[in-house]
Design a protein around this ligand. Structure first.
Ligand code: SF4
Length: 81
C-alpha cells in the first residue's frame, strides 16, 4: 500500500506560543484537545490519533485562526526518514 503524508500515524500538535484560547478546536475535536485553567488548548496525551479522527483533526487545523495547530506524521516502525 502506498504511503504519503495523508496516511500513516499522525499526531496533532498545539503551538502554545500561538494559541489564544478561542477553543474552536476543542469544539471540533474534543477527543484530542483539552483546555487548561487559563483557557488555552493542549493536545490530549501525545496527540497521536487514529485514522478515524483524521477528518476532524484536519478540520480543527484549518479552523484555528491563529495557525496554532498542525499535524505531524510519525514514521512507522522500521521506516527510515
Ligand atoms: S482554535 Fe487555535 S488558538 Fe483557539 S484554542 Fe484552539 S489552538 Fe488555540
Amino acid at each position: 500500500m502506498a504511503t504519503n503524508e495523508n496516511t500513516g500515524v499522525r499526531r496533532l500538535i498545539v503551538d502554545s506560543e500561538r494559541c489564544q484560547g478561542h477553543n474552536r478546536c476543542q469544539v471540533l475535536i474534543s477527543e484530542l484537545i483539552e483546555i487548561d485553567d487559563l483557557g488555552f488548548a493542549h493536545a490530549v496525551g501525545t496527540g497521536i490519533f487514529p485514522e478515524a479522527l483524521a477528518e476532524k483533526a484536519t478540520l480543527a487545523v484549518r479552523n484555528c485562526p491563529e495557525f496554532a495547530l498542525r499535524l505531524e506524521r510519525i514514521a512507522k516502525t522500521g521506516e527510515t526518514s
